[in-house]
Write a protein that binds this ligand. Structure first.
Ligand code: PLP
Length: 366
């Protein structure tokens, strides 16, 4: 008897493994492995979430209208071209499956976000990884890998896990080098953390060109990862496609309500941004003082490189295990092709101090 067979490409997928969430035996858990906003969600978002409880027998608004209107107001965007999803992962998957299929190629940078090759394979397409230069997207290397089969190009800006970003000019240069039939997806999951003057989330390119989409999430600075809420800002034709293929009720009413409240709490957002900038700078300085290499980051995490010599994996893994023995969870980077690195999310002050103390003990004991 033959068993059902999944579509081509699916069994080539290495299932996404998220950041660890448990450290058996630890009395206190410090979770810095998933880039969740350090301060947690806005109290107004939690109140809005609770207020929905009495109505959960009702289907949600399938068009997420109030939330989209709020996003439009807040960011000065056309709400009619915003499509919300069950996390931005959902939107990224839908875009890939809508625009790429068997025989097509989906391009991303080699240390780009892990969902890009996964969604390419799910679509039956071939993921193509362009090399980076100094842990930063290399526009020329990306453009050199565009072929007649390329359908979708992903760029995380800033990128997870490297923390680097492409400035406005480089992003435009990447777009300018792409054929008009190739969809450029700018994944700006960490946009709110960036304060560099030469940064753009890409929404300006969406307004100008018919082949650019920007995606955003409520999982990072808004700290609503558990609710699963993301969105895309699209040209009208792409929004139309997403609205045809998305689930009719793909965003829970609780997520819509909490997302809107979080969006409107600008004071909390500003506090979260300032917290991140302050403790990222402090943490980077402390870790460099320990003699470790920390890569510049504009996001809410930093990538630390351990010695790139034989045995380097043991170095990063040794440091991670020492931290874990103290209940501190950081992200291993083997699946991103960076086994000699660890990624650390910027958390609360005492959490960052605990990481530095752990790394100092690890360096001293080596
Ligand atoms: C670059 C990037 N894009 C998208 C996501 C997915 O976010 P979510 O599906 O929670 O919206 C993440 C999460 O880690 C990310 O780092």
């Amino acid at each position: 008897m033959s068993a059902p067979v999944p579509n081509p490409g699916i069994l080539d997928i290495h299932a996404y493994v998220g950041g660890e969430a448990h450290a058996p035996g630890a009395s206190r858990l410090i979770r810095l492995a998933s880039n969740e906003g350090a301060l947690g969600p806005s109290p107004k978002a939690i109140a809005a979430y609770k207020a929905v409880a009495e109505q959960i027998h009702r289907y949600p608004d399938g068009g997420s209208s109030a939330l989209r209107a709020g996003l439009g107001r807040r960011f000065g965007l056309d709400a009619g071209r915003i499509v919300c999803g069950n996390g931005s992962d959902d939107v990224l998957q839908l875009l890939t499956r809508a625009y790429a299929g068997t025989g097509d190629e989906v391009l991303h940078s080699v240390h780009g976000f892990a969902i890009y090759p996964i969604s390419a394979r799910f679509a039956g397409a071939t993921p193509v990884a362009a090399p980076e230069c100094g842990l930063k997207t290399d526009v020329d290397a990306m453009l050199a890998r565009v072929t007649p089969r390329t359908r979708v190009v992903f760029i995380a800006n800033p990128n997870n896990p490297t923390g680097s970003y492409l400035d406005k000019a480089e992003l435009r240069r990447l777009h300018a080098g792409l054929p008009e039939n190739v969809l450029l997806v700018i994944d700006a999951a960490y946009a709110e953390y960036v304060d560099a003057a030469d940064y753009t989330d890409g929404s300006d390119l969406v307004d100008e060109f018919s082949n650019v989409v920007m995606t955003r999430t409520f999982s990072k600075i808004f700290a609503l990862g558990g609710l699963r809420l993301g969105w895309a800002y699209c040209p009208a034709a792409v929004a139309d496609v997403l609205n045809r293929v998305r689930g009719p009720f793909n965003v829970a009413s609780s997520a819509q309500a909490a997302g809107l409240a979080a969006l409107e709490d600008t004071e909390f957002l500003e506090r979260s941004r300032r917290h991140n900038a302050q403790w990222r700078e402090w943490f980077v300085g402390q870790v460099r003082d320990l003699g470790l290499v920390v890569h510049p980051s504009v996001a809410n995490f930093v990538l630390i490189s351990f010695a790139e010599q034989p045995g380097d994996r043991a170095d990063a893994e040794g440091a991670r295990q020492l931290l874990k023995s103290r209940g501190i969870l950081v992200r291993q980077m083997g699946s991103y092709g960076l086994p000699h690195c660890l990624r650390v999310t910027i958390g609360l002050e005492d959490e960052m101090r605990a990481v530095v103390a752990g790394l100092a003990d690890w360096v001293a004991g080596k």
